[in-house]
Design a protein around this ligand. Structure first.
Ligand code: C2E
Ligand code: CA
Ligand code: CA
Ligand code: CA
Length: 277
């Protein structure tokens, strides 16, 4: 795929890069993959920064293609959006989660936060509210706290966002702003809308312990989150030093390889937060 990609000038990491070398039509492949059950989900634990107890998880989608192998979500989500396939794909994701829900319920406390990435293309879709309602209704009642993760770079226009976020809160969803610090319109969003969690992008977390002075932007972000009464989640925590720094600086929740990699359902239900510490 690499060689073919270079020859044809296909951008590395895109879905075409994975599939075109095989003379496969990407849009068709996504629909086939839904039908044949090639997509699956993994669950990454999120823990309380102080107690290291699990407080929830993030759902991440995976695609095991029979010929191309594992295709990362960064490659197929964007493509699905561009091809108007994000709604069927997300509905399929919901059905996979619904299937796992009874087993997840057995190992997660009431109120466990259940993070799901929502692509902007779905947020804008006419069926969005109905899709979310159906999904919520199909889960065990009052067990999970659904948290919709939305990236700041893809946010809606103010007016739209205002009413949509209000609706989501009324329906019992919480909202997290994802990849915080990598987009542009962040500050205005934080001022005007109630968002429940701010997820600090891995890029900032990476820098902890490698640079002599940690990012003044990260310091400012944490101060801001506190002032706005938002809880903070640090992504991509890979070392105990990073975890310690984040805890000392008041970050509420940690997620990353140091705590756990994303796990299959079977691995997840076996997982114990104390295993690593
Ligand atoms: P994201 O929402 O920022 O998800 C976190 C990504 O960081 C995941 O990559 C996860 O596997 C990875 N990660 C977690 N801990 C660590 C760590 O300690 N170190 C490093 N280096 N990486 C870590 P993944 O699963 O490849 O997903 C990439 C992106 O694809 C996600 O970024 C999200 O934007 C998107 N995505 C994944 N699943 C879905 C989905 O079901 N729906 C939508 N709309 N987007 C999804
Ligand atoms: Ca996310
Ligand atoms: Ca993120
Ligand atoms: Ca990301």
């Amino acid at each position: 795929a690499i060689f073919f990609g270079l020859v044809c000038g296909i951008a590395t990491g895109t879905l075409s890069y994975y599939l075109l070398a095989l003379r496969l039509n990407p849009a068709k492949e996504i629909l086939t993959a839904i039908k044949r059950g090639q997509f699956y989900v993994v669950y990454q634990p999120v823990v309380d920064a102080t107690t290291l107890r699990m407080t929830g998880l993030e759902v991440l989608m995976r695609w095991r293609h029979p010929v191309a192998g594992e295709i990362p979500p960064d490659a197929f989500i964007q493509f699905a959006e561009a091809q108007q396939l994000i709604v069927p794909l997300t509905r399929h994701l919901f059905s996979l989660i619904e299937r796992d829900a009874p087993q997840l319920q057995a190992v997660l406390p009431v109120g466990a936060k259940f993070g799901i990435n929502i692509a902007p293309g779905h947020l804008h879709a006419a069926s969005f509210k109905e899709d979310m309602r159906k999904f919520n209704a199909a889960l065990p009642p009052n067990h999970f706290q659904l948290v919709l993760e939305i990236t700041e770079r893809d946010m809606l226009k103010e007016q739209e966002a205002n009413s949509l976020f209000e609706w989501l809160h009324q329906e019992g969803f919480e909202i997290a702003i994802d990849d915080f610090g990598t987009g542009h319109s962040a500050l205005i969003y934080l001022e005007h809308f109630t968002m429940d969690y701010l997820k600090i992008d891995r890029g900032f977390v990476n820098a902890i312990g490698t640079e002599t002075v940690t990012s003044p932007v990260l310091d400012a972000v944490l101060t801001l989150a506190r002032r706005l009464n938002m809880s903070t989640v640090a992504e991509g925590v890979e070392t105990p030093e990073q975890a310690a720094w984040l805890r000392e600086h008041g970050v509420n929740f940690l997620q990353g390889y140091w705590i756990s990699r994303p796990l299959t359902l079977d691995e997840f239900i076996q997982w114990r937060p104390t295993a690593h510490s």
